[in-house]
Design a protein around this ligand. Structure first.
Ligand code: NAI
Length: 474
């Protein structure tokens, strides 16, 4: 079987490798670098720079840890060079993996051709020099990704306005930065620039930052951000942007009050949208709805034999979801349609300070669904390792079903929350109860102990927080 994959990001390259493992002859078409948004201008470069600035800000407070380091300076050009080297190495790694898997990579712009025939499917590839070739396939996987949303705010065409990809490339750190959007990108990049020493203001339209996160955690994080010097406006809209000399003037409206913020750079991070428009997909028989490719539960599009995965199908637009969808789509394409993606166990992983991660339902979602729930919380101030690492900032919150004690949500604000959340994902996948988690011995001293303690706290049995003594039963 011949499979053509269009798009070499997390959904596309993983889908191509999986299809090849299953015995298909696979061609992958990509117009830019392999690895997609995640590797080239998203997850990886952000985390590389966040790592540098995280260490920088810790070293500025090294004296608190008993270390004298003298003057600490951030060399942004070298931090950028290191980030680029990491990206380059990983992009080359993806190329190597595809090569070893026997996947042929074709450079150019791939497009599913309109055709009356059911098979073979045809993909035209236009290369940079303008030449065009045609590939025939029995199955096609569309993994076209997403792009930043440009909101209709007057003045966004001014120099100094940037989107996340450009923000990760700045050769000089701005002194002042305004961020429109307190979502995942806005808050991660606000954290990054603030730690690098910039004066950062975030403007978010809704009443809380990080909309998908449990409100209790997003509000705590907001307090910590504010304490670190980031100004956060919520319930505020940007009305217009104007250039005055060397500065940008951002006019914002909060309730019925208007205010002007003056800045050097403006970052627009109001969301991303699937990139399915203008690619002739409708003409080729693939249904597109509000920019995203419509797929069934098995990730097949309205055109038989054409599958789609990753950001281009909308839904949860995260790299780890794209990896998973790429595998499921490839297996369904090659082996026949019988696998679905289980979105119930998809974690959020947000790289702030401290990190935020969650899986399953938030308290608000559970209450809106009318579920009877019980909640256990454990503050990291009562956890030895967290106290050592970050002064105990953060907490763990577990949400369980009152009926059977099963874990239906786990939320962590704390160091390495993004690593620890996998225990919650496994709990949800296996239908584990709070008993299962606290019956599992957690190593000491680790922050993961707080997960077990939060589970005990559901029944007021946490050991390392005071509980009122219960009356002795006869
Ligand atoms: P987002 O959807 O997470 O957040 C956008 C925010 O902008 C929302 O809070 C929204 O209310 C706000 N907003 C929209 N219009 C506004 C306006 N005119 N004025 C003020 N606020 C406004 O989108 P974001 O942060 O751009 O991220 C895009 C995608 O990338 C998301 O799907 C996200 O999940 C993904 N991503 C995930 C990361 C992670 O998981 N660590 C890291 C970076 C991106």
């Amino acid at each position: 079987m011949r499979v053509v994959v269009i798009g070499g990001g997390p959904a596309g390259y993983v889908g191509a490798i999986r299809a090849s493992q299953l015995g298909a002859e696979v061609v992958l078409v990509e117009r830019r670098a392999l690895g997609g948004t995640c590797l080239n201008e998203g997850c990886v470069p952000t985390k590389a720079l966040l790592h540098t600035v995280g260490l920088f800000s810790q070293m500025r407070r090294a004296a608190d840890l008993g270390i004298d380091v003298g003057e600490v300076k951030l060399d942004w050009a070298r931090a950028q060079a290191r980030k680029e080297a990491i990206v380059k190495r990983l992009v080359a790694g993806v190329g190597m993996l595809l090569r070893k898997a026997g996947v042929q990579v074709v450079r150019g712009n791939g497009r599913l051709a309109a055709s009356q025939l059911v098979t073979p499917l045809r993909v035209t590839v236009k290369t940079e020099d303008g030449s065009e070739t045609e590939l025939k396939a029995e199955k096609v996987l569309l993994a076209l990704g997403s792009r930043a949303i440009v909101p209709p705010i007057p003045g966004l065409d001014n120099p100094g306005v940037m989107y996340s990809a450009e923000a990760l490339e700045v050769s000089e750190l701005p002194r002042r930065l305004v961020v429109i959007g307190g979502g995942v990108i806005g808050i991660e990049l606000a954290t990054m620039f603030a730690k690098a020493g910039c004066d950062v203001v975030v403007v978010e339209m809704l009443h809380d930052i990080l909309p998908p996160v449990d409100t209790e955690l997003s509000r705590s994080l907001r307090q910590l951000l504010t304490r670190s010097g980031v100004r956060v406006y919520t319930g505020s809209r940007v009305v217009s942007v104007e250039r005055r000399g060397d500065e940008l003037v951002v006019r914002i409206r909060t309730e019925d009050k208007e205010e002007e913020l003056t800045t050097d750079r403006l970052l627009v991070a109001v969301g991303r949208r699937p990139d399915a428009e203008g690619q002739g997909l409708e003409e080729a028989g693939v249904r597109v709805d509000r920019g995203k490719i419509v797929v069934d539960d098995y990730l097949e599009t309205s055109r038989p034999g054409v599958f789609a995965a990753g950001d281009v199908i909308g839904g949860v637009m995260l790299a780890h979801v794209a990896f998973h969808e790429g595998i499921v789509a490839a297996e369904n394409a090659v082996l026949g349609k019988n696998r679905r993606v289980d979105y119930k166990t998809v974690p959020n992983a947000i790289y702030t300070d401290p990190e935020v991660a969650g899986v399953g339902l938030t308290e608000k979602q559970a209450r809106t669904m009318g579920l009877s729930i019980r909640i256990g919380r454990f503050p990291l101030a009562a956890n030895a390792k967290a106290l050592i690492e970050n002064n105990g900032n953060g907490f763990v919150k577990v949400i369980t079903s009152e009926l059977d004690g099963k874990v239906i949500g786990l939320h962590i604000l704390g160091p390495r929350a993004t690593d620890m959340i996998s225990e919650g994902g496994l709990a949800l996948q296996m239908g584990a109860s709070v008993e299962d988690i606290y019956a599992t011995v957690h190593p000491h001293p680790t922050i993961s102990e707080a997960l077990a303690e939060a589970c005990l706290a559901v029944d007021s049995r946490a050991i390392h927080i005071p509980n009122p003594p219960k009356p002795v039963r006869d």
